[in-house]
Design a protein around this ligand. Structure first.
Ligand code: PEP
Ligand code: MG
Length: 590
């Protein structure tokens, strides 16, 4: 076996994928100005038209394939982009500039795009501002086509492809929903960045934060993504492919085996029952949640409805239908819908016209919703309408709470829209459950006060870790400092669980920590009764809980909480759990 080139990154979604690399560059390409001679202008216009035709054909193909494999609403996104490409405000303008200024098409396209984007930025209207992002996507597609670098079609129907990207913004994470993407690697990203979370939800092996990835893989015929070790193997020889194929097969078999246990109760050996719920981003994931034995939905990231409705905003009717579908799947509940968590890094560009200097500390989550009452109203009305038939099943959960007033305001709005709907003659529930996500240290520290205002807490450890440790969760440069086992984070988690227990407010945890085999025992030991995680992680969590004793877990939690560093805590847990984890065939990365 000869040594292949091995690139090292962060393994964020377990599993092995072997396949042909599909390289997608999302960063803008550099464009230079070329002044044309008069006789070069017409051929340049011809080149522009030909590139536009190629880009349109590519978008049409994407639309057809996406509609066939993942649903018409996805196909419609690419179809809308194709139509924008034909819109005279873009293409005719570029052509006019090529003619009047005698410049190359790439340069003209960049100027026109800048101008149109600036016009969009002036608009206060959320709907129109969303079009700005579509325009940028379409312009990028055309720019690629002009430069002879048309984005390779992600083979929706062909063999396994490995998506290799410099960066994948959440708006493109949708591409991962196609069955043909077998694995994923990117230059940027971290343990809990949004694309990572989607890869995990879909059970797609993924490695992020791989420096120089595109340069190394550009000409490769085959790559292996090792999501366990965080390795990308470039052009491995047949013997190595064989070894990894066997590992991939073993992992699949193990997952199947665990899925076979989905009907067993999630209960410790000494009888402590735990509720296992699913985190889902897209409605089609309901099936995977059910198959994995989820008892309900602990986190529905509703902001993803923006992707599905794009280029339009999700309407009240569309949202009501989506929430009703979730409720129909789990009529006894809980179905926890997190209100739009837009802004920060998540779909920020789609919603905010003006870039913020520090978006993660800016207008995101509940702050954005309260400042944009027009679309928050649509969402709350849709939730109330969907809850009419399932009043006890729905839980409305509000992200990024830092102030008691924010929860109170949401309650006032809910009461107002309930009245509004009633006056319109619609059926609405008397009361719906309202909860706060605890993902800002301030919220954990005022949990006693929040407990008087809400029906439940949901701890979001992805953001709680980010904000407690001042570490950007999506930045690969500081990924090593992103430590959910840091004693400060664990103390805040402990605090919220115990305030919840004292005040009779149920507490769930829906950050990635809920699925970490090292964290499950201490969370059980701290008294957490509700875990919510991406569906593929549920079977292992169930097996782990069944193999634990609550008494032992409590002891471990107490010991862990007395230690001084994340490293000490991780090492202690590894040592305590090594027997159990090897029995369950769980591999923990260093
Ligand atoms: C979290 O912050 O832990 C969480 C569950 O929400 P998200 O990952 O969507 O920010
Ligand atoms: Mg969060």
């Amino acid at each position: 076996m000869s040594d292949p080139r091995t690139l090292v990154g962060l393994g964020v979604s377990p599993g092995i994928a072997i396949g042909k690399p599909i390289v997608v560059e999302n960063r803008p390409l550099p464009v230079t100005l070329v002044q044309l001679a008069r006789n070069q202008v017409e051929p340049e216009v011809g080149r522009l038209r030909a590139a536009a035709a190629r880009a349109a054909a590519h978008l049409a193909e994407l639309a057809r394939d996406a509609a066939r494999t993942v649903g018409s609403e996805y196909g419609a996104i690419f179809e809308a982009h194709r139509l924008m490409l034909e819109d005279p405000s873009l293409l005719d303008e570029v052509e006019r500039l090529v003619r009047t200024e005698a410049v190359n098409a790439e340069w003209a396209l960049e100027q026109v795009t800048h101008r149109l984007v600036a016009q969009f930025d002036q608009l206060g209207d959320l709907y129109l501002r969303e079009r700005r992002e579509d325009l940028l996507d379409v312009a990028l597609e055309l720019q690629r086509s002009l430069q002879g670098r048309a984005a390779p079609a992600i083979e929706f129907s062909g063999g396994m492809g490995i998506l290799i990207a410099d960066d994948i913004p959440p708006s493109q994470a949708l591409r991962l929903a196609t069955r043909a993407v077998g694995g994923f690697a990117s230059e940027t990203g971290g343990l809990t960045s949004h694309t990572t979370i989607i890869a995990k939800s879909l059970g797609i092996p993924a490695v992020v934060g791989v420096a120089g990835l595109i340069r190394e893989v550009e000409r490769a015929a085959l790559v292996i993504v090792d999501g366990f070790e965080g390795h990308i193997l470039v052009d491995p020889d047949p013997a190595l492919i064989q070894v990894y194929s066997l590992r991939a097969e073993e992992h699949r078999r193990r997952q199947q085996e665990l899925l076979g246990l989905a009907h067993l109760a999630a209960e410790t050996s000494d009888g402590q029952a735990v509720r296992l719920l699913a985190n889902i981003d897209l409605i089609p994931e309901i099936a995977a949640a059910k198959a994995a034995g989820a008892e309900g939905i602990g986190l529905f990231r509703s902001e993803f409805l923006f992707l599905q409705a794009s280029p339009d905003l999700p309407t009240e009717d569309q949202q009501t239908a989506a929430y009703a579908e979730l409720l129909a799947a789990f009529p006894a509940g809980p179905v926890t819908v997190r209100t739009f968590d837009l802004g920060g890094r998540k779909l920020a560009r789609e919603v905010l016209g003006n870039p913020e200097n520090n978006p993660v500390l800016g207008l995101r989550g509940v702050r954005l919703c309260l400042q944009k009452p027009e679309f928050f109203r649509t969402q709350l009305r849709a939730l109330l309408r969907a809850a009419a038939q399932y009043p006890d099943a729905l839980r409305i959960m509000v992200p990024l709470i830092g102030h008691v007033e924010e929860v109170k305001t949401v309650r006032v709005l809910l009461a107002r829209y309930r009245e509004e709907l009633r006056r319109e003659g619609r059926q609405v529930p008397e009361r719906v459950l309202l909860g706060a996500m605890i993902e800002v240290p301030a919220a954990a520290l005022i949990a006693e006060h929040l407990a008087r205002e809400v029906d439940f807490f949901a701890i979001g450890t992805n953001d709680l870790t980010q904000y407690t440790l001042a570490v950007d969760r999506g930045n690969e440069q500081v990924a090593g400092l992103f430590r959910p086992f840091h004693p400060a984070v664990l103390r805040l988690v402990e605090r919220v669980i115990s305030v919840g227990a004292r005040s009779g407010v149920p507490v769930s945890l829906c950050g990635e920590m809920a699925a970490d085999p090292l964290a499950v025992p201490i969370l059980v030991g701290l008294g957490l009764k509700e875990f919510s995680m991406h569906p593929p992680a549920l079977p292992l969590a169930r097996s782990l809980i069944r193999a634990l004793s609550h008494r032992e877990a409590r002891r471990m939690a107490q010991k862990a909480l007395a230690l001084a560093t994340a490293k000490e805590i991780e090492e202690y847990l590894l040592e305590q759990l090594s027997g159990l984890l090897s029995h369950l065939k769980v591999r923990i990365l260093p």
